[in-house]
Design a protein around this ligand. Structure first.
Ligand code: ADP
Ligand code: RBF
Ligand code: MG
Length: 192
């Protein structure tokens, strides 16, 4: 047992320095270990120390924040009012809460660092290759090793709940959604 964990993290007024770092890229295939079967699929982004210098010295662990996806018109979960250009390319990002893991997946003893985000929303289809942006607002816990898969899943489920509750406060909401004060304009910017 890992003992009781806080159900909310970060000050209620909103994220504190050094947050928010950000990263973006096209969703790649991960290790295919079936996080989806565990109930928490994770959209993996390439880790590039040149594009995101902060990541090389970020603590390995679980982070949370807002994600945006530029879902193509063919994707079943694309908002119906989203615009497309003449080539049927999506020009709009949609925003979702997310929880993510940055690290070596101690449980699996990976040699390369990975960054993978579980978007807190159900999707009816995969979105490999889609552009994803992550605005990282806070740290939940350090990366751990586990005696078994069930213990890892249990902690991941708590992480999702902590992320949801922590983001569900005015100081952590995005101005763009009309609910908060945080600047999330980068998540929606339309440059290609
Ligand atoms: P992989 O090892 O290739 O990353 P996963 O089992 O982690 O495989 O599944 C990840 C894929 O599942 C993502 O790339 C995305 O296309 C899809 N997916 C569906 N729902 C979600 C979600 N809520 N959050 C993240 N990815 C999701
Ligand atoms: N892997 C670990 O080895 N240790 C962890 O503490 C850990 N925490 C995670 C927390 C969250 C919210 C998520 C989405 C993943 C986490 N992982 C962790 C990564 C997990 O091992 C990985 O998603 C699966 O191995 C599939 O690649
Ligand atoms: Mg994954």
């Amino acid at each position: 047992m890992s003992g009781a964990r806080p159900i909310i993290v970060g000050p209620s007024a909103g994220p504190e320095a050094p947050y928010p770092p950000q990263m973006e890229g096209k969703v790649i295939h991960g290790f295919g270990r079936g996080s989806k079967e565990l109930g928490t699929p994770t959209a993996n982004l390439p880790v590039d120390n040149n594009l995101t210098p902060w990541i090389s010295h970020a603590e390995s662990g679980v982070y949370f924040g807002w994600a945006s996806l530029r879902l193509p018109p063919s994707h079943p979960n694309r908002p119906s009012d989203a615009a497309t250009d003449s080539d049927e390319v999506s020009t709009e990002f949609s925003v979702y809460p997310m929880v993510m893991s940055i690290g070596y997946n101690k449980f699996y003893d990976n040699k390369a660092r990975s960054a993978e985000a579980h978007v807190l929303q159900e999707f009816e289809a995969d979105f490999y290759g889609v552009e994803m942006r992550l605005l990282i607002l806070g740290f939940i816990r350090e990366e751990k090793d586990y005696p078994n898969l069930e213990a890892l899943i249990e902690d991941i489920n708590v992480d999702c709940e902590v992320a949801r509750r922590s983001l569900d406060r005015e100081g952590w909401a995005l101005r763009e959604t009309g609910k908060g004060t945080l600047d999330g304009s980068w998540l929606l910017r339309e440059e290609k």
